[in-house]
Structures are given as structure tokens and as C-alpha cells.
Ligand binder design. Structure first.
Ligand code: NAP
Length: 339
């Protein structure tokens, strides 16, 4: 356990939430496996990744999120290998609708593409059903209705147990839901990326759509591990992430330092626990925590079994608003539209 996460955590129970309209019950902290794919994260270590998934399961996490694009199949392969023998005890969420050409990633949510991708995902994941299948990004070149109809067919065939979308607006979800049931939305959400609070979270709450907030640690910023001189290797996306560049990086680090002090003083926790607790208490169904080392997921325990009251939440938000005077969102990650 790193010094930034070290605290005495009392014995706690994993928190679970039902996904409305399905029989799925998932842990409120889920393991994201993007970094395990290696691509955009400076490489991967398969053995370490598998051990991380096992460590997550050992502490009660039962939801694992992946995507074909994460390492171009590598992340799904790792998840499939790690879950052999325990498949039925785990909820697998994967995605569809991105393709890569000449080293670039494009959106493609046509019916044809969806029908093509599902069988590859099933093979890599070593399973004959996917619990939650999510359209990774809206594709402006394809009518939402076409995408929704393809997802509905897979649902009716029993190849997928729940339908999700990711990075969709309210208007896009409205159109989607006229054609197919929608059980899950996966939007970006963390203490530094809060755009969904205005319209998207209330819409999902009103329409019984479960929300999986991705980037819970803001690509590691909220872990407490980052320092002004932290360096990233190879193709690690944090080399181009605008939050990790001067002068903004110093603002975000200042917020993290103050949040860590608050977490220790008031809750006997660290910033990593506070950040995840904050988003769970703010009404997201699930926090998607990315990790690729077994000791990283142990810290998830520190987010369970306590809560922030309204005054605490206000204090947290006041620190962020005062320290980050020039905020920037996660838009740099959006994949390209086909020509
Ligand atoms: N639908 C979408 O478009 C979309 C987009 C982004 C993410 N996601 C999903 O959301 C998941 C989570 O997002 P994310 O991977 O961007 O990551 P994140 O949760 O914001 O941050 C993950 C990074 O934080 C660091 N970290 C984690 N635990 C730590 C600990 N205990 N101590 C110190 N550092 C720690 C690790 O960095 P190091 O690896 O450097 O140690 C890790 O890779 C993804 O894996 C993916 O499943 C979906």
C-alpha cells in the first residue's frame, strides 16, 4: 500500500446497487481495465493485471469494465483469462462501436459493426453472454435508432443481459429509449469533471437508468500519488492530458493536497477514499476505478461504509472551486468521427 493510501480501515461491507430493469446487482465500486490494455497507458503487464482483477474480486468487487479498444483486444483477453472458473459470479461490462485504422480510433456504431464486434468480444472474454453491453461513443454518422435496434436484437437473442451507452447526451438517450431498453449510462464523472450534474444525472435518476461514472480518480490525479515532477512513460495519455500540463497541473495538485488534509482531519481517510465517497454520495450508482496493480484496488475498501453530509460535501466542493481556477474537461479523449 502506498503512503498516499495508508490508513487504518475498519472492517467494512462492500456496497451493492441493483440495475433497474435487470436482475443484476453490482458493487458500487467497480474495476476498470483500460490501463491493463497498455495502449495509451505506457504498456501493460499481464500477470500483474490478472492479479489485480483477482484482488478486486477478493475484496467483494463483482463488476469489471472493459472494452475491445483497450489495447485492441488485450484488456478483454486479460479479463477473460482472469475470470475463468468464476465467470458466473462476476458481472462483465464491455463496449462496442469503435474501430482503429492507421493507428487512429474512429467511432462506428452501425448495425453491421455491432453484429461483427460482439462475437470477437465473446471469444476474447471466453464466455457466451455479456452482462452489460455499452455503445462506447455516439456516432454522428449513424442514426441513434439504428444503433439502438442492433443492441435490442442482441438483448432479445440473450447474447447480452443489459444495454448501456457511454458518453451520450440526454437527447441521444431519449431517441435510443424509443427503440430499445436502456439500463446503464457510462459518463465521465469525478470531483474534477462534473458536467453531468446539470442534466444527465437527474435524467438518469428520473428514468431508472443506472450510472457508472468513469475516471473516478481522474486518471490518477485524485489518487494522491502525483507530484509536480511525476513523469509518464511512452504513450501514456497523461503526457497530453491538459490537466497534467502547467499551469493547470499545479492547481489540481493544490486541490488534491487540501482534500487530503481534509480527509485525514475529518474522516481519518485519504484523498483517494474521499474522492470516491464523494461521487457515490453525490448520486452516481457506481464509481469506475481504474487500477493495474493489486495493491491499488485495496484502497477501494476505504471508500465503503461511511458517508459525507451536506456540509462536508460543500467543504469539498469549495476547496476544488477555489484551487482550480482554470478547469478543463476530459474532451481530449473523444475518438474521431469517420470522414
Ligand atoms: N466509456 C469511456 O469512454 C471511458 C473512458 C475512460 C475510462 N473508462 C472506464 O473507466 C475506468 C476508470 O477510468 P481510468 O482508467 O481513466 O482511471 P481512474 O480511475 O481515473 O485512474 C486510474 C489510475 O489511477 C491510478 N491509481 C489507481 N489506484 C491507485 C492507488 N491506490 N494509488 C495510486 N494510484 C492509483 C493508477 O495510475 P497508474 O496506472 O499510473 O499507477 C490508475 O491507472 C477505465 O479503466 C475504463 O474501464 C471509460
Amino acid at each position: 500500500m502506498s503512503p498516499s493510501t495508508q490508513v487504518q480501515i475498519p472492517a467494512v461491507e462492500t456496497e451493492f446497487v441493483d440495475i433497474p430493469g435487470t436482475s443484476l446487482k453490482v458493487s458500487r465500486v467497480a474495476l476498470g481495465t483500460w490501463a491493463m490494455g497498455g495502449w495509451m497507458w505506457g504498456g501493460t503487464d499481464q500477470g500483474e493485471s490478472i492479479a489485480t482483477i483477482h484482488a478486486a474480486l477478493d475484496q467483494g468487487i463483482n463488476l469489471i469494465d472493459t472494452a475491445p479498444i483497450y489495447g485492441f483486444g488485450v484488456s478483454e483477453e486479460i479479463v477473460g483469462t482472469a475470470l475463468e472458473g468464476v465467470r458466473t459470479e462476476v458481472v462483465i461490462a464491455t463496449k462496442v462501436g469503435l474501430e482503429s485504422r492507421d493507428g487512429k480510433v474512429y467511432r462506428n456504431a452501425t448495425r453491421e459493426r455491432i453484429m461483427f464486434e460482439i462475437d470477437d468480444s465473446l471469444r476474447r472474454l471466453r464466455t457466451d453472454y455479456i452482462d452489460i453491453y455499452q455503445v462506447h461513443w455516439p456516432d454522428p454518422l449513424v442514426p441513434v435508432e439504428e444503433t439502438a435496434e442492433a443492441m435490442r436484437s442482441l438483448f432479445e437473442q440473450g447474447k447480452i443481459r443489459a444495454i448501456g451507452v457511454s458518453n451520450f447526451s440526454v437527447a441521444q438517450m431519449e431517441r435510443f429509449r424509443k427503440v430499445a431498453p436502456l439500463h446503464v449510462l457510462q459518463p465521465p464523472y469525478n470531483l474534477f469533471e462534473r458536467d453531468i450534474e446539470a442534466e444527465i444525472l437527474p435524467y438518469c435518476a428520473a428514468n431508472q437508468i443506472a450510472t457508472f461514472g468513469y475516471g473516478a480518480l481522474c486518471r490518477g490525479l485524485l489518487s494522491g500519488r502525483m507530484r509536480p515532477d511525476t513523469k509518464f512513460q511512452g504513450d501514456d495519455l497523461r503526457r497530453i492530458d491538459p490537466k497534467f500540463q502547467p499551469p493547470r497541473f499545479a492547481q489540481y495538485l493544490d486541490a488534491v493536497r487540501q482534500l487530503d488534509e481534509l480527509a485525514q482531519r475529518r474522516f481519518h481517510r485519504r484523498v483517494i477514499h474521499l474522492a470516491v465517497r464523494w461521487m457515490l454520495d453525490r448520486g452516481i450508482s457506481v464509481a469506475l476505478w481504474g487500477g493495474r496493480h493489486p495493491d491499488q484496488v485495496e484502497a477501494a475498501l476505504g471508500a465503503a461504509g461511511w458517508s459525507l453530509n451536506a456540509t462536508d460535501r460543500e467543504l469539498v466542493e469549495r476547496i476544488v472551486n477555489a484551487a482550480v481556477i482554470d478547469p478543463v474537461g476530459p474532451e481530449f479523449m473523444a475518438p474521431l468521427q469517420r470522414a
